[in-house]
Design a protein around this ligand. Structure first.
Ligand SMILES: NC(=O)c1ccc[n+]([C@@H]2O[C@H](COP(=O)([O-])OP(=O)(O)OC[C@H]3O[C@@H](n4cnc5c(N)ncnc54)[C@H](O)[C@@H]3O)[C@@H](O)[C@H]2O)c1
Length: 345
């Protein structure tokens, strides 16, 4: 990396607090927060507490923060409906951008953001963090090595004990949570989605407002995937970062569960009956890896996997899945994207 990059963080409460407390210390050798913005003054205290900003570097106005501070990039950690306006301000100020998922709060907004970033010649990457956790990347690398045969299909599960008030809807289950698992599947299958069918519902409203969802994907290379996600169950089988993931290859089954990866096979030598596999080794994972690769891009390196044009396929899949929930039909993802590009360009 060249010189340490200066970052303005927009959104300091909610997940923004996690950025300030946990993520930024992990990347402190190549990125630092030099100013913070939040419409809620209380949330700005997180920037003072966790990264030591003075009150004069904490702003309730994004315009003022951009006028008074030079920076290399801006970090968008506000709710999705505000992503586009914050990105507009960053582009106008000539800054590159790192943005929390989902890129826009609709496919229309995501397309507009991509077009504006491209027209301005700026760089933008989306923090699809869970896909870049160590065990998911280990599974992806093992599948792509071909050492276990050809990939047939993938199963992904994230289920937790129910919450009384979840505040989520079928739409936000997909755009806020399942989006990570959908993008993980894209990575493991090594291609984009062809079709999606999604069914999401509130199962027992008298017990909980939490949502469950089942999704079936057919990928462009003929592989398939099934996803199960629920925050409404009587037991918590998984949890964020402890999800269950199974890649069925022709010679063996690769399973990730609670951050451990196992290979199982009944095909005989050289495949193990059951063996725990070593995880990949790297200095950075999840958010830190994405910021690392983004900063390398700013320094003239290759674009990260989550750069905006590539991420538009993740947005298309996410909003096609929401369309499927609304219509009850299988959605052709590429046709949905093509029509949307025609309509919104
Ligand atoms: N990658 C992950 O694992 C992960 C996890 C949680 C949330 N997220 C993402 O992080 C983003 C923020 O989610 P959240 O749950 O923290 O939201 P939130 O509703 O808690 O809001 C975060 C902060 O943004 C501030 N804010 C709202 N509008 C603003 C604006 N226009 N300008 C400045 N500040 C504003 C709020 O005051 C709040 O402090 C979303 O895109 C969400 O999807 C990602």
């Amino acid at each position: 990396m060249n010189v340490k990059k200066k970052m303005i963080q927009v959104g300091c409460g909610g997940f923004g607090a996690y950025w300030l407390e946990v993520i930024m210390p992990r990347v402190s050798s190549f990125a630092e927060v030099t100013a913070a913005v939040d419409v809620n003054e209380d949330a700005l205290k997180n920037a003072q507490k966790f990264v030591g900003l003075g009150p004069e570097k904490c702003y309730t106005s994004i315009q003022k923060a951009l006028e008074e501070n030079e920076a290399d990039f801006l970090n968008v950690v506000v709710p999705p409906q505000f992503h586009e306006s914050v990105i507009d301000a960053a582009i106008a100020a000539g800054l590159d951008i790192i943005c929390e998922k989902p890129l826009g709060d609709s496919l229309e907004s995501s397309i507009r953001i991509c077009q504006k970033v491209k027209a301005a010649g700026r760089k933008l990457a989306v923090t699809m963090s869970h896909r870049f956790e160590v065990e998911k990347q280990t599974v992806e690398t093992m599948v792509k090595s071909g050492a276990y045969g050809k990939l047939n299909y993938v199963v992904s599960r994230l289920t937790t004990k129910r919450m009384l008030q979840s505040g989520s809807t079928p739409e936000t289950l997909i755009s806020g949570a399942l989006i990570h698992n959908l993008d993980t599947i894209r990575g493991i299958c090594g291609c984009n989605a062809k079709t999606v069918y999604a069914n999401c519902w509130i199962g027992a409203p008298e017990l909980s407002s939490a949502v469950s969802g089942l999704v079936i994907l057919e990928m462009e290379n003929g592989t398939r995937a099934v996803l199960e996600e629920s925050f409404a169950n009587g037991s918590g089988m998984d949890g964020w970062s402890d999800e269950y993931l199974r890649a069925e290859c022709t010679q063996a089954t690769i399973v990730a569960d609670h951050r451990q990866v196992t290979v199982k096979s009944d095909m005989g030598y050289p495949y193990p009956r059951s063996a725990q596999m070593p995880l990949l080794e790297n200095k950075y994972w999840d958010h830190a890896l994405i910021i690392h690769d983004f900063v390398r891009w700013l320094d003239g390196g290759t674009p990260p996997v989550t750069q905006y044009e590539e991420n538009l396929q993740c947005c298309a899949l996410t909003y096609a899945a929401i369309e499927s929930v609304r219509t009850g039909k299988v959605v052709d993802v590429q046709e949905y994207l093509r029509k949307s590009l025609e309509e919104y360009s």
